[in-house]
Design a protein around this ligand. Structure first.
Ligand SMILES: [Fe+2]
Length: 253
């Protein structure tokens, strides 16, 4: 894998490891034209690494494994022809269910670039106990969960006790960039900023679904994080950690 940082003062690239841009597979890009336009927008914004993470949520989006492969091939040829310096990978956003380890083992659900890392999400009203137990189950099965949009779960304690316990055990904590400016709720905004303030957040991603309400934008959030919490933390969140995940490296806390 050739992923080199080309950082200088003029250009600060970002990596987006949570984005719904594959077309016709979930509630992300609705057609091929939108998928291409989302890549155009992400590239123009400074994103140079993308791991596509369509929902894997049987019973809701159906068994979409084959459609995901097809859509990814279309995306790959578009990127190859237009953005040779954009690195593209495939993953999934796994909606947790008790069969999750089996879906991963059978490879109907993708880990991030075939690494041990798996992006996992829950309904926002899920109990803290279920979130903890689910992550433990995945860890015990040999996977390294990335807890998607950790700021949005209303039953996790405000002092982050469950989040910190999971992080200690090897779970990576991801937050959605637009939560920082209040796209979800006042609480999610508060929690996303607190997770940064306390240095708990390890990864910021767009969770983009379209070009309007949830666009693939990271640069303005990266600039905000650098200003408020320091440039070296911003670089870790938007570049170093995502690349470490795609290389299957262990996380330094
Ligand atoms: Fe998502």
């Amino acid at each position: 894998m050739e992923l080199r940082s080309k950082q200088n003062t003029a250009f600060l690239p970002t990596a987006d490891l949570h984005i719904h841009l594959l077309c016709g597979v979930d509630d992300g890009a609705k057609d091929e034209e939108t998928m291409r336009a989302m890549v155009d927008a992400a590239y123009a914004d400074g994103t140079r690494v993308i791991c596509a993470t369509p929902h894997y949520h049987p019973g809701f989006f159906g068994e979409n494994h084959d459609k995901i492969r097809e859509s990814f091939q279309l995306l790959r040829s578009y990127v190859k022809g237009n953005y040779p310096d954009l690195h593209l990978y495939l993953g999934n956003e796994l909606r947790y269910g008790p069969s999750a380890p089996d879906w991963l083992k059978r490879k109907v659900c993708n880990t991030m670039n075939r690494t041990r890392y798996v992006l996992v999400d829950f309904t926002e009203h899920e109990s803290a106990d279920t979130i903890v137990q689910a992550n433990l189950q995945l860890l015990n099965a040999g996977y390294l969960p990335i807890l998607a949009h950790a700021e949005r779960y209303e039953n996790l304690h405000r002092d982050f006790r469950e989040v910190l316990r999971l992080q200690d055990l090897g779970v990576t904590i991801q937050i959605d960039a637009d939560s920082l400016f209040g796209a979800w709720s006042r609480n999610a905004k508060k929690r996303s900023r607190a997770l940064l303030e306390q240095g708990i957040a390890q990864l910021v991603a767009s969770d983009a679904h379209n070009l309007s309400s949830r666009p693939p934008q990271l640069a303005k959030y990266r600039a905000f994080v650098a200003k408020e919490y320091g440039e070296s933390y911003a670089k870790r969140l938007f570049w170093d950690t995502p690349l470490a995940i795609l290389r299957d490296q262990d996380m330094d806390l």
